[in-house]
Design a protein around this ligand. Structure first.
Ligand SMILES: [Zn+2]
Length: 347
């Protein structure tokens, strides 16, 4: 009765990395303005996409196969689609916009602008962005033997409070930039435009599998982006209760030297955060460094218990990061955002 979700949305690497950064960076850098504002931008994007996911999940149409976020390659270009819907007769690309406020769209200049504090801010034309993804997807489909599949694009405004003024009153714009609330009506309108099935259900299934197999989520190096080094980071495991660090390894458990809280698994989050922020691999020596333990045997047992995939032997052994989509989705971050950011420098 409702669409089938082939790929469920997971937090993008960038969002997971910001959450990891707030756990790992020294407390007095946590309110750094550039870090907090980038985090909020990434979080708003994810939340907006989830609004659209919810609306789409209630669309009464069963032959819709939904990919909630997918990143593919049309060599040499990677391209990312916020939501892709595959059906037997057509494909939809949804480009989700999460900005709030009042915007002006000029279809003649192909420009989206916003006036903030008397200054004009200009954004990429979202219709052109969606059309560029369509071109890339056509390239991808051609390499999979699909040449005649109609593709329709919609720019979906995630939040009802956002206003887009169509300043040239171009009737096409009303059909291309839509609010999440009217998503069902626009899907109906487009769905009725096509009658012929292009794919058999077997072919559709194969294409779903190919899309899943070729999804390559982006990794973002936020440490480099913000010029953050080891000197800005916590050493060892912080206590989950009082944030004192490092916790000490005693009797096969972690113990807080300040409040005596005990944890058996506190190392797991710290190792995963390392794999989100620093590198997709970790060695025994790096593990000892980030957990502040001396014993290679202890580090070995701790990493072994996490079932990370690994290669190499003895001191050359490396352990690999889980895939981006396999990281835990919980977001326990030790920060409450203030309205006035401390203007800190990272030097
Ligand atoms: Zn404690």
């Amino acid at each position: 009765m409702f669409p089938t979700i082939i790929k469920h949305r997971k937090k993008p690497h960038e969002l997971l990395a910001y959450e990891a950064l707030f756990r790992r960076i020294l407390e007095h850098y946590r309110q750094h303005e550039a870090i907090v504002s980038e985090y909020k931008r990434v979080k708003a994007g994810y939340d907006g996409e989830r609004n659209v996911d919810y609306k789409l999940s209630t669309y009464p149409q069963k032959n819709f196969f939904v990919f909630q976020g997918i990143r593919l390659q049309n060599p040499p270009f990677p391209f990312q689609i916020d939501t892709l819907i595959l059906t037997e007769k057509m494909i939809y690309i949804l480009e989700v916009k999460n900005q709030k406020g009042v915007f002006q769209y000029d279809s003649e200049q192909q420009q989206l602008t916003q006036i903030v504090d008397g200054e004009v801010k200009s954004y990429k034309d979202p219709i052109l962005q969606a059309e560029a993804q369509k071109t890339h997807l056509q390239g991808w489909l051609a390499r999979h033997g699909v040449f005649n599949m109609p593709i329709e694009t919609l720019v979906v405004i995630a939040y009802p409070s956002t206003v887009i003024e169509n300043i040239t009153k171009d009737p096409e714009v009303y059909k291309k930039i839509i609010h999440n609330e009217s998503l069902h009506e626009h899907l109906n309108r487009l769905n009725n435009r096509y009658t012929e099935n292009i794919l058999t259900s077997a072919h559709l299934k194969k294409l779903c599998q190919a899309l899943l197999n070729e999804d390559t989520p982006l990794r973002t190096d936020i440490l480099q982006q913000h010029n953050i080094g080891w000197q800005h980071m916590i050493k060892g495991i912080p206590c989950e209760k009082c944030y004192q660090y490092p916790m000490e390894r005693l009797n096969k458990k972690w113990q807080c030297p300040k409040c005596s809280a005990v944890s058996s698994k506190a190392h797991e989050r710290v190792i995963l955060d390392h794999l989100l922020l620093h590198s997709t691999t970790i060695t025994n020596r790096q593990c000892r460094e980030i957990l502040q333990v001396d014993s290679p045997g202890t580090a070995y047992l701790l990493m072994k218990s996490m079932n990370l995939s690994r290669s190499g032997k003895n001191s050359a052994r490396v352990y690999y990061s889980p895939l981006v989509n396999e990281f835990p989705q919980s977001s326990n971050i030790p920060i409450k955002f203030k309205n006035n950011f401390a203007k800190q420098s990272l030097d």
